[in-house]
Design a protein around this ligand. Structure first.
Ligand SMILES: [Zn+2]
Length: 708
């Protein structure tokens, strides 16, 4: 996603244990939801007793649907977005005074080569949902409104330059059809597509738009730069697997691509998808008081995600390939921005494609949505190699934001990025060894003026303070070494005690109001967060916290921070979302995910306390793959091994991989599971029900800034 693109945990799949408070209804509902998740298997009956099984199955499903319909009554305190407060205005004015916001170079670059700009909307396949509205950000133009940090506004205006652009002879980019760019490279017989966006819908719309202006050329090659879904998810929108095979279309990807692409977010995908709503401001209104940008581009398109299998992997630091008559020099650069990533040069066109190790923003070492932490030093090393390998390139283009032209400017661009990652790394390490802890180091590290004045690496997507903490975490973990933090009270309990000490929530809110009036928003947020967690019924605390987060959002230079603060304000007013990210989006991609990854995620959804003493064993036979697995619970842990069906199993479940995936994602329709000829059960139905009811299903709508 999850730019991280980074996306995004749209590949949210299975059932992590939910954090929702265990009220009287919570547990049974969750448990039953787990059954629905595994719905197709529950009591489908032996093959010689199909009709009886189906009746029981129908009853179960009906019960589940009724129970599930009652979920999700989250409410907020109401209210709407407000204006910028005087302290916010002052902070924004000060930033405007410190930066050369009118520097025209980026605007020239972002507009250079425009061929055509799209208008209107892209709808979902059934026409029911607007996936992308090209006019949604039309308001992002001219002078910064008081409710947006002026540096972020400048960046948002630059990212609002959308359309089909000529980068150089024989290279074009489509920007603004999704959060990432699609790059097109003219080959001898057709177009080589670099990164087919997040969704089938956005990718096919982008390619169709290009063909309207460049001629109806076939796809003659596909390059996936890295394993984040915004760079491959739309693959099936530009070519089917069948077409790739028939026409022998080369599909190039970095080593480890398919494993990372189909698995990276599966285990904690539910939580990542939920948290990504904050980072990307998914549910915010597009307005001067809402979402204006994401840092890497405008919207992520939440459509159908798929992937194509690579035909050729890039496995070495330098690897030359001719694709449809065009000579590419690829570089394998894993383990910096993404676990699997490549960059490339096209020497004959004097072009360098930087994938996502470079963008017109500081990137993140740890996305706000959460991920495994990234290696700043490695990242910086790759950028030095990029300079060494640049040769006489006259244009750099990335898979987000806009290009840079001119060899000297490109060298300067990469050099500054190299040094931003190295400076924050080295200074953080220096301060770690001097005894400072993450929150202190985040205050201490400031980029030198030569780097801070460079717009191309300011923190619009990544943020220096967050990155500094990530570097600490990379080397030392989240614990800061102070035993006061070794075993602190959980947030709600701590908050209640603080409130008792202060003399109640009213007093905390009064103190926060004073801080708010003085523009001391960080302190106000700290006080109010305690009040909201310690006294969840206190409306005034939520109202003021919403207003406080809003001011923090209006001041934030990072789009990811702005979106997080404003989403927090929105959820205090309206409650958490009623719906999580739709899991049916990822079905096409999951067809390529090894079964082991699902089983690992399934194990991590086992309700440990409930599984204690239930030593059940189930055979899983996948007929289309000609594979079988034995699953068993031992010591309240789910284990699995690829093996012939065990003779002492409680039950055997025989089915196909597509049905299995639909069950695992909870996307199997009633028809699919009831009437499928591809599903058989042998052994004890009761035991199978007992087994599958031990797994949680998390809906991905959990509260973040409130306790409920
Ligand atoms: Zn990306």
């Amino acid at each position: 996603m999850q730019g991280d693109g980074e996306i995004l945990a749209t590949s949210s799949v299975i059932t992590a244990p939910s954090r929702e408070p265990g009220g009287a209804n919570a547990l049974p509902t969750r448990r039953l939801a787990g059954m629905q998740n595994q719905g197709g298997v529950v009591a489908a009956g032996r093959t010689n007793n199909v009709s009886g099984g189906i009746v029981m199955h129908k009853l179960l499903l009906a019960t589940l649907l009724v129970l599930l319909a009652g979920c999700g009554q989250n409410t907020g305190v109401g209210g709407t977005a407000g204006d910028a407060m005087p302290a916010t205005l002052q902070a924004n004015e000060q930033m405007a005074a410190e930066l050369e916001l009118d520097d025209p170079q980026d605007f020239e670059d972002a507009r250079r080569g425009l061929i055509a700009r799209p208008e209107g909307k892209i709808l979902s396949a059934d026409g029911s949902t607007v996936l992308i509205d090209f006019d949604a950000y039309k308001f992002v133009d001219g002078k910064a409104p008081p409710t947006v940090n002026p540096s972020l506004w400048r960046h948002a205006v630059l990212n609002a330059q959308i359309g089909l652009f000529k980068v150089t002879d024989g290279i074009w980019q489509l920007r603004g059809f999704d959060i990432a760019n699609m790059t097109l490279i003219e080959g001898k017989t057709g177009l080589i597509v670099v990164d087919p966006l997040t969704a089938r819908e956005s990718a096919s719309a982008a390619l169709a738009f290009a063909r309207k202006h460049l001629g109806d050329k076939p796809v003659s090659g596909i390059v996936f730069t890295h394993s984040h879904a915004d760079h491959f998810g739309g693959a099936l929108g530009i070519a089917s697997a069948q077409e790739v095979a028939q026409r022998k279309i080369p599909v190039i990807a970095p080593a480890g691509f398919i494993e990372e692409a189909t698995s990276e977010n599966i285990l904690v995908g539910t939580a990542m998808a939920r948290r990504s709503m904050y980072q990307f401001g998914k549910n915010l209104e597009r307005s001067p008081q809402g979402n204006v940008d994401t840092g890497l581009g405008k919207n992520i398109v939440y459509g159908a995600i798929g992937v194509l299998l690579p035909t050729q992997l890039i496995t070495t630091p330098e690897q030359e390939l001719v694709i449809d008559g065009v000579r590419f020099v690829f570089h394998n650069v894993p383990g910096a921005e993404a676990p699997a990533e490549l960059t490339f040069s096209i020497p004959d066109r004097k072009a360098y494609g930087g994938a996502e190790n470079l963008a017109q923003t500081m990137h993140n070492l740890l996305p706000v949505r959460g991920a495994k932490v990234r290696d700043s030093l490695q990242w910086s090393t790759y950028l030095q190699e990029a300079i060494d390998n640049l040769g006489d390139a006259e244009v750099y283009f990335g898979q987000h934001n806009w290009p840079v032209w001119g060899n000297a400017r490109i060298v300067d661009f990469i050099t500054k990025h190299r040094d931003v990652y190295k400076y924050m790394h080295d200074q953080t390490v220096r301060l770690i060894n001097a005894g400072h802890t993450p929150r202190e180091i985040a205050e201490l590290v400031k980029l030198p003026p030569s780097l801070a004045s460079f717009f191309g690496a300011r923190g619009y997507y990544g943020d220096l303070r967050h990155n500094v903490k990530a570097i600490y975490q990379f080397y030392l973990g989240a614990y800061d070494g102070n035993p006061a933090n070794l075993n602190p009270l959980p947030p709600q309990e701590s908050a209640q005690r603080w409130l008792d000490l202060i003399g109640g929530a009213d007093k905390a809110v009064a103190a926060a109001q004073t801080a708010y009036d003085q523009g001391d928003y960080r302190w106000a947020a700290e006080l109010l967060n305690q009040a909201v967690f310690g006294a969840p019924e206190h409306k005034g605390a939520k109202e003021l916290l919403a207003r406080t987060y809003e001011q923090l959002g209006y001041m934030a230079e990072a789009a990811t921070w702005r979106n997080s603060y404003l989403t927090a304000a929105m959820e205090l007013r309206e409650g958490p979302p009623k719906k999580g990210v739709d899991r049916s989006f990822v079905i096409d991609m999951l067809q390529q995910t090894p079964i082991e990854r699902f089983l690992e995620a399934m194990a991590a959804a086992l309700d440990g306390p409930a599984a204690d003493g239930k030593n059940l064993k189930v055979n899983l036979v996948l007929t289309d793959l000609e594979e079988s697995y034995v699953l068993w619970i031992e010591n309240a842990v789910l284990h699995f091994k690829k093996a012939a069906p065990a003779t002492d199993a409680n039950a055997t479940l025989t089915l196909t991989r597509p049905i299995f995936i639909k069950m695992m994602t909870g996307t199997a329709g009633v028809q699919d599971t009831l009437l499928s000829d591809d599903l058989e059960i042998d052994g004890s139905q009761i035991d199978l029900v007992r087994f599958f009811t031990l797994f949680d299903k998390a809906p991905g709508t959990f509260a973040i800034v409130t306790t409920e």
